[in-house]
Design a protein around this ligand. Structure first.
Ligand SMILES: [Cu+2]
Length: 235
């Protein structure tokens, strides 16, 4: 378990330093470490407020994030006892909670956690660059077991595929919304290379195009007419 390794590394660090055989790297300057649930962020794209309650609950207890978002969690302790917020995979948090139950006085710190005293606020800035179902929890002894947990759903952003066909613009008729393309084989339409006229699927699609431009495009057969649905100029 990564957590135990981190603990061992922390315990071993002063020894390595004492031997003086390696220049030691200050922890504060360590590069952000990629985890299975994201990576420490810097500039947030969105702020999410989370309250810690003595009823052993988070408010809210469910957060949706789009893959790639960097969230600044502003974490307010609304209760009278210490709480914390730790972000991780369900498995990582469960393992960590079990360790906390065995070693209740253990202190730890990482960019994906914040310990917040009563009446105080804490902060986590985290980039969710992995899609999936994650959790946040308070791992203080008894709190996790009492249900102080929340869910984070990180939704995958569909990878934008470039248009599949290649061609060269022969003529653009913006008024009629038509473009003449000398194209290679049209994979999706099972058509050999030729020069033909396509209708633009929407106004503005042909803006900025001129004869001689090399392009990539998507085409469909729509009611007997060949239609360009996407077209991008190549550099
Ligand atoms: Cu708590």
């Amino acid at each position: 378990m990564k957590f135990i390794l981190t603990l061992i590394a922390l315990l071993a660090a002063p020894l390595a330093e004492a031997h003086g055989d390696k220049p030691h790297t200050p922890v504060a300057h360590a590069p952000a470490e990629q985890t299975g649930w994201g990576i420490a962020g810097t500039v947030a794209t969105r702020t999410v407020q989370v309250d810690l309650l003595d009823t052993m609950r988070f408010s809210p207890d469910r957060i949706e994030v789009a893959e790639g978002e960097t969230i600044r969690f502003v974490i307010r302790n609304r209760g009278r006892m210490l709480h914390e917020m730790v972000v991780g995979t369900p498995a990582e948090l469960a393992g960590h909670a079990a360790l906390m139950a065995r070693f209740p006085d253990m202190e730890h710190d990482a960019p994906y956690m914040a310990h917040v005293a009563p009446g105080q606020s804490g902060e986590i800035v985290w980039t969710f660059n992995r899609a999936g179902e994650f959790e946040y929890a308070c791992l203080l002894p008894g709190h996790y077991e009492a249900g102080m947990r929340g869910r984070i759903e990180v939704k995958a952003v569909a990878a934008a595929q470039p248009p599949v066909n290649e061609g060269v613009v022969r003529k653009v008729d913006r008024v009629a919304g038509k473009v003449t393309l000398k194209h290679g084989p049209l994979v999706t339409l099972d058509m050999p290379p030729m020069t033909m006229v396509f209708r633009a699927s929407q106004a503005g699609l042909l803006d900025g195009l001129k004869a001689g431009d090399r392009v990539r495009f998507d085409a469909e057969l729509d009611g007997g007419a060949y239609v360009v649905t996407r077209i991008e100029r190549l550099p």
